[in-house]
Design a protein around this ligand. Structure first.
Ligand code: NVA
Length: 314
């Protein structure tokens, strides 16, 4: 049987995404309800870029599912340098029940999935960060109720993995997703088009809005992320010059709904993309959001290993 993967947000249909979020909520209440990795079976956690939340939440989640997390340092392994992605996939696939990989190009991840023979999960690429987007949706659902019809605005680098994933995942959930970034930092047209296409089937919408204040107006959820994603450090100075108007500060927050939530995938740079007042303020749910990584990732792993664990979405 061909392994099922989670490489992109839209690898989950709207029904599957809702069922994954239901399962995540159940696992949050009952952390040991599923022993999908009993044995313990091994899950390879492979990192080509820095990590804190992703490594910690996957390692903890794999352990809670009864498995063993095997961390692989991508620099030591030299994936795609010392050994091809395809050969690495064949080797890791023989040692593990699933592979979780944080890397640069989405195309490398697709190659890993083509050769691994076991489920592969996207733990962040330059293009997408679907596990984080699922955690964001779970956090919104917990704090603000059912997702369909809610408006989520992303401010900052709208060409980033987080903006793209929120477009796809939010549209899948039937939300109204607005992303806003300066010229040169607007979403990949193919990602936006795919989000619009999905939204057409879920009653949501997806749009890139040039003016950040307009994008934030009335939003139920305001999201931002670093202006300088991993791998873009050389552009730090140039970026700092153009992103100022997209900062999530108190004035921007007040443009949103009265009870708007604030999300940030972290790490956060206080005073840059978000002020300390907002990040550490009463509307911010970033610590719940970080915790929720574990719950959604457990649900994704369990569902990839056995789709039967997903019930009918509520
Ligand atoms: N856009 C950020 C997300 C970090 C979790 C990055 O790629 O560095």
């Amino acid at each position: 049987m061909t392994a099922r993967h989670f490489l992109r947000d839209d690898d989950l249909s709207p029904q599957e995404q809702a069922a994954v979020l239901d399962l995540a909520l159940r696992l949050k209440a009952e952390p040991f309800a599923l022993a999908s990795l009993a044995g313990p079976q091994v899950v390879a956690l492979v990192f080509d870029k820095p990590t804190l939340r992703t490594q910690a939440s996957f390692a903890a989640g794999v352990a809670e599912l009864g498995g063993f997390p095997m961390t692989v340092d991508g620099a030591l392994a030299g994936i795609g340098v010392r050994e091809s992605v395809a050969d690495t996939a064949r080797v890791l696939g023989r040692q593990s029940a699933a592979i979780v990989w944080r890397t640069f190009a989405q195309s490398s991840l697709e190659e890993m999935a083509a050769y691994a023979g076991v489920p592969v999960v996207n733990a962040l690429t330059d293009e997408l960060h679907p596990c984080q987007a699922l955690a964001d949706l779970l956090t919104v659902r917990e704090h603000r109720g059912p997702l369909p019809g809610q408006t989520l605005t992303f401010l900052g680098d709208a060409a980033s993995n987080m903006a793209h994933s929120l477009l796809l995942a939010g549209a899948t959930a039937g939300m109204h997703v607005r992303v806003s970034g300066p010229e040169g930092y607007r979403p990949d047209p193919a990602m936006l088009a795919r989000a619009v296409e999905i939204a057409g089937t879920t009653g949501g919408s997806a749009i890139s809005v040039d003016d950040p204040a307009e994008a934030a107006a009335g939003a139920d959820v305001l999201v931002t992320d670093t202006w300088i994603s991993m791998g873009r450090e050389a552009e730090a100075e140039a970026r700092a010059e153009v992103f100022g108007a997209w900062r999530l500060d108190q004035a921007m927050l007040e443009r949103g709904a009265d009870d708007a939530l604030v999300l940030h995938c972290l790490p956060a740079y206080r005073g840059k993309e978000i002020t300390a007042e907002v990040l550490d303020g009463p509307r911010s749910v970033v610590w719940d959001e970080a915790e929720n990584r574990r719950h959604v990732q457990k649900a994704v792993l369990a569902a990839l290993l056995d789709p039967g664990v997903l019930g009918e979405p509520t």
